[in-house]
Ligand binder design. Structure first.
Ligand SMILES: NC(=O)C1=CN([C@@H]2O[C@H](COP(=O)(O)OP(=O)(O)OC[C@H]3O[C@@H](n4cnc5c(N)ncnc54)[C@H](O)[C@@H]3O)[C@@H](O)[C@H]2O)C=CC1
Ligand SMILES: O=C(CO)COP(=O)(O)O
Length: 331
């Protein structure tokens, strides 16, 4: 299927939804930006500023904020940009509103905690047979909103639709590549957040730059193993939604996942370390580890994160466990 995208709908006006709204508008689309709160929609329409989620970024004129979900019905594609764990309820709410052929582009990075389902499979369950795409890659909302350049990947099983959507969203500072390996792209986005927590913890605990680099490399090996077992292509993971996003998220305090790990490393409790912010890796870790165990995939770093988050291990116990594993060949 191929569509010519002219009006883009965005469900979720947090940091990333707002940044993507501006990016889609700069790329030449009209944009309808949906959020839950009518008060916030009215405020955004009046002030054109989303100071709560994306301070300093002015909403472009061709973006219409709304709290009325039915306004998304006329859009050629809808980007879903609410937290990963809200995907099912959002797709359930959107399904009676959107025409069956309207593609949904998943922009959240995570795995459903309760069921261990990949987000694309959640969409397929709720809206069988519909077109689904995944957008992922190294892209801090604040960078994109400031017009700093980056590149991301959009994956859809339908190559023509993938290309149309990527073209529609690409602009002078956001370059959207396309591919058909939906599973690989979604695994890259979901799993890197868990590894970024580990990386932040290593830095927070003062374990040094060498440990950090070793952890990124061994984390990447875990990503590759997991993706291979669940049908993603290794080449995808070596791209933007894999290596690219892993490196970004593991090396910057701008990342909420990294900062959460950093604070854990500095001795803060799991409850306090998020600072009230969305930390997708913390909710995805247990599902990722369950899925890995189900297929006998060795993911010691992800498992260590999960053990620390559940309170089973202290951070030092996790480091000991990782360093005292039997010596093996490097795969
Ligand atoms: N912030 C970033 O730099 C990037 C974020 N992402 C991903 O985008 C997703 C959203 O992240 P952000 O926008 O940064 O988070 P955020 O915390 O800034 O915004 C989340 C938005 O979702 C809304 N929301 C929460 N629960 C909801 C529900 N049940 N129904 C409807 N709306 C709900 C909140 O009101 C808020 O406006 C995450 O999965 C994240 O991993 C992806 C790339 C970059
Ligand atoms: O996914 C992101 C950048 O690509 C944002 O990462 P955080 O959710 O850790 O801030």
């Amino acid at each position: 299927m191929s569509v010519k995208v002219q009006t883009i709908g965005i469900a979720g006006a947090g940091a990333w939804g707002t940044a993507l709204a501006n990016a889609a508008a700069i790329a030449g689309n009209d944009v309808i930006l949906w959020m839950r709160s009518p008060e916030q929609a009215a405020d955004l329409a009046a002030t054109r500023m989303n100071e709560r989620c994306l301070p300093g970024a002015r909403l472009l004129d061709r973006i219409v904020p709304t709290a009325d979900l039915s306004q998304l019905a006329s859009c050629c594609a809808v980007l879903l940009v609410t937290p990963a764990q809200t995907t099912r309820e959002m797709v359930l709410a959107l399904s009676p509103i959107l025409p069956a052929e309207t593609p949904l582009v998943l922009c959240a990075k995570g795995i459903e905690q309760k069921t261990g389902a990949f987000l694309c499979d959640v969409v397929e369950e709720v809206r069988p047979g519909s077109s689904v795409a995944v957008l992922s890659g190294p892209s801090f909302a604040h960078d994109v909103a400031r017009g700093l350049p980056t590149a991301v990947t959009l994956a859809c099983l339908d190559p023509a639709l993938a290309e149309d959507l990527a073209t529609a969203l690409s602009g002078p500072t956001l370059r959207v590549y396309h591919r058909t390996d939906v599973r690989g792209v979604e695994i890259g986005g979901a799993a890197k957040n868990v590894l970024a927590i580990a990386c932040g913890a290593v830095v927070g605990r003062g374990l040094g730059e060498s440990a950090k680099a070793a952890l990124i490399a061994r984390g990447f090996a875990e990503l590759l193993r997991f993706s291979r077992a669940y049908g993603g292509q290794a080449e995808t993971l070596m791209g933007l939604s894999g290596l690219g996003d892993l490196v970004l998220t593991c090396s910057s305090a701008q990342s909420r996942n990294f900062s959460f790990g950093l604070r854990l490393g500095q001795g803060m409790s799991v409850e306090a370390a998020s600072g009230g912010k969305l930390v997708e890796g913390a909710t995805t870790a247990s599902a990722l580890v369950r899925l890995a165990k189900a297929k006998n995939i060795d993911m010691p770093i992800a498992e260590a994160v999960e053990q620390v988050l559940s309170g089973a291990w202290t951070l030092d116990e996790a480091v000991d466990a990782l360093m005292n594993r039997p010596i093996k060949s490097e795969h």
